[in-house]
Design a protein around this ligand. Sequence first.
Ligand SMILES: [Zn+2]
Length: 328
Amino acid sequence: MSVFLNQFPSGEWQKNFIPFEEDASQRSWLMPYLFVHGKKPGHKITIIAAIHGDELNGVRILHELCAHLETKAAEISGSICLVPVANLMGYANHSRYLPDRRDLNRMFPGLKDGSEGARLANFLWTHFIAQADYIVDVHSGSYNRWNFPHIRGNMKDEAMRAWARNVERQIVLTSGGVAGSLRKEAGKIGKPVFLVEAGETGRFEKNILQMGLLLLLQILVSLDAIDRSVYEAATAAALPSPLKDHPTGYYRKAVWQRATHAGLFMPQVAPGDHVAAGQALGFITDLFGDKRAEILSEQTGFVLGMHLHPQVVPGRALFHVAYDFKDL
Ligand SMILES: [Zn+2]
């Protein structure tokens, strides 16, 4: 049954588990969720993290979000459900994937009597997704990749564009998602879904967690779930952001710039930087330290993500550059 149908007292955060199947030692997996019915009417919002089990930034960001809203539960409009660890098995194994090496984010909406992953997808869908009006799915760069905090959503959809218009001064990349992803499948039945990307796997960075928290607060303001003053109170303590002068709009395209030679890659820009076409993104040296190649930006755009490990081979994706900016 959907958690949104529970008769929890309004204005109080609930922190509960729902049992899901068993592991091989016959212990139930326990799915944690944090939930609040506001005192005022509004949207039903689900924010889910760690669909990829090693992407932990979202877990921490949801914890910080709940802590931030804990004393303000009485002021919340609508209902908010936070699911910090969607892929329990991947999380337990420090893995992006399910134990059978499949990707949970290709298995939505799932199947009650299907494979282990399909059952988990169906469980998440039934309890947290099917009744939600708006969904936010929090991710990090995959292994050895670092993403500047940004949101992805299908800007061909008018409801998504209207939502994005209310989330000011954030980096938005249009993207519909692939078949079986939560974003694609929920979108198919008319539910607006934003995917949030923030940072990398395996490391908490205070700056990234803070930016992720502000992004989620901004998303909640955009849906009238919380008052703008709650977001503004959080920004007062925040570090300066490269986004403060960024116009509201979205990037229509993004390209991975790849290594042309093998060697050691020395970056000269970082995620969050604006770059011009022809500008050096970095260079690759040989074993004597001599330059083998410069990597020049093909586009004028915004650096969304980068590869972290210095050793590279031809074809290795080095920088993810968003470009073709458009007003909303
Ligand atoms: Zn992910």
